[in-house]
Write a protein that binds this ligand. Structure first.
Ligand code: C2G
Length: 128
């Protein structure tokens, strides 16, 4: 079984997230999503509209997602890849190069971001 992992906040879930998750799942048989906790979001200077628990619940309902785990810090990726026996690490290409150190442990793939949508743009449009 080819296992894929990806990481993110996934707040105000939108089709850019779904495009990423669908393509990630297409790379293998089992997709793990590590969703940022509310505490780690603060470290990332992000504040989610939805809580960790609710972002986890939403992700678990997506057909492409097989397992959701917490992302608590920047340093857990190597441990996760080993612990969950991951074959492929996937991220959107806004992160290109940032996680190449994982190439010692698994395949690293950066997928094109979906243009024209982001959680930030949704928040800004709702404000105005
Ligand atoms: N994404 C995308 N297209 C968009 C928006 C997001 O492909 N229009 C992808 C991002 O590239 C990322 C994933 O969806 O791979 C989740 O996006 P975020 O929730 O913004 O994730 P981020 O805050 O970048 O967290 O350790 C890694 C970090 O936790 C990544």
């Amino acid at each position: 079984m080819k296992k894929i992992i990806t990481y993110g906040t996934f707040d105000l879930l939108h089709w850019g997230h779904i495009n990423l998750l669908r393509r990630a799942k297409e790379l293998g048989d089992y997709l793990i999503v590590a969703v940022s906790t509310d505490e780690f979001n603060k470290v990332k200077h992000k504040e989610s509209f939805h809580s960790f628990e609710n972002r986890k619940l939403i992700l678990e309902a997506i057909r492409y997602v097989d397992e959701v785990i917490p992302e608590e810090n920047w340093d857990q990726k190597v441990t996760d890849v080993q612990k969950y026996d991951v074959d492929v690490f996937v991220m959107g290409n806004d992160w290109v190069g940032e996680f190449d150190f994982l190439k010692d442990y698994c395949e690293v793939i950066y997928l094109d971001r979906t243009e024209g949508i982001s959680t930030t743009s949704i928040k800004n449009q709702l404000k105005n």
